[in-house]
Design a protein around this ligand. Sequence first.
Ligand code: NAP
Length: 250
Amino acid sequence: MTAPRIALVTGAGRGIGAACALRLADQGWDVAVNYARNAKAAEQVAAQVRERGRRALLLQGDVADEAAVRAMFAAIDSAWGPLGALVNNAGIVDMKSRFDEMSTARWRRMMDVNVLGTVFCTREAVQRMSTRHGGAGGAIVNLSSIAAVLGAPGMYVDYAASKGAIDSFTTGLGRELATEGVRVNAVRPGIIDTEIHAASGDAQRAFTSASIIPMQRPGTAIECANAVAWLLSDEASYVTGSVLTVSGGR
Ligand code: NAP
């Protein structure tokens, strides 16, 4: 049995997720396009998937809401059947802040979206993909961050810690599912030119930070999407539990 070419990309309305959706459509995947609030942006991505000759399914839902995640997977099941790829891309940062000024509510939301959002989606995916559950296999890619390694001191250690959890989760689950037809990997971007930096209070960060990047420029969403698409492809058939850094050398 080969895994169906049906992919869910969370947070696919903008940035890296949107680039992943289009890259996967170019490679023959039908794409379920999840978003949180910005319906217009996600509709445009879905339209671009269809222009590439693939099917698109628009799915509003907060990945931190377990019931909403279940409903998204049920919608994919009934529209297309079980999926073969999941990209856990949806993620947030918060305003630049010292640790001792961060609220508990902020920590909880960071962990809810970046960690539990990935966990909830992955749980549903594994139940459909794993040969242990009668599935045809599949592949999962999680979006980590170079912050998991650098720690983001004085900026957002909460975000860095949430991405550290993603790295450990990827390593462990990749090994746990290694004989069940499911590969689990992560892409660890450096500073990428997307709208996420506005949420940290510095919309221009990707460009003002260029001098601290060995390649002296921010990365693009498509450069991350290329890595995601490769990890999902059969070319990466012997790769699992790995974290691929895409950071211009940082
Ligand atoms: P972005 O431009 O801010 O886009 C985020 C996307 O995620 C949007 O489509 C947004 O939906 C969606 N989203 C946010 N919260 C969500 C939730 N609770 N449920 C469902 N969807 C949600 O972000 P990005 O820069 O592309 O980042 C994508 C991923 O890469 C994140 O995990 C981020 O941590 C990681 N990353 C980014 C960078 C970077 O420099 N950009 C570096 C390292 C890692 P709406 O459009 O509806 O708001």
